[in-house]
Design a protein around this ligand. Sequence first.
Ligand code: GTP
Ligand code: MG
Length: 151
Amino acid sequence: KEATLAIIKPDGVLGNHTDAIKATILQSGFKISREKIIQLDKDSASSFYAEHSTKRFFDSLVKYVTSGPVLVMVLEKENAISDWRALIGPTDGSKAKITHPNSIRAMCGTDVEKNCIHGSDSPQSAQREISFFFDTSTSQWFALPLQSPIL
Ligand code: GTP
Ligand code: MG
């Protein structure tokens, strides 16, 4: 099964959208295999969004994602990465309400910045982003005995 990273951003958490988003996730066939609530600081947010460091909106983006707690989750299912991107909808929450009314960003997004949710955009970024927030050595450790000739 494929894994992807989801983040309910501060506007999603503080706007009380967490339960509705999780219900949508489970109804759509994803398993939530790991989750934690954290407060990002300026350094960690800048590092997470490093690909956008030269964009005009970078400082505003870092301020936004550090403005309150975020809920970080690893979601698993077949085709998790592209299916999750489809479920969250387009970047701009105000446009999502018109073009993708059933998307998560239509439900809780406000504009092109405050869009309440994140999803990894490729297998490479999913791997980077999951290990950015979670210790991925644990599941490998659990997998090892199954491959051992002793068992
Ligand atoms: P993520 O799943 O959060 O990565 O969103 P995305 O892939 O749909 O968008 P992208 O990676 O291009 O941008 C990352 C985040 O920066 C977005 O989710 C928005 O919060 C913010 N952002 C993107 N474009 C703009 C913009 O034009 N202006 C502002 N202020 N913020 C933006
Ligand atoms: Mg992105």
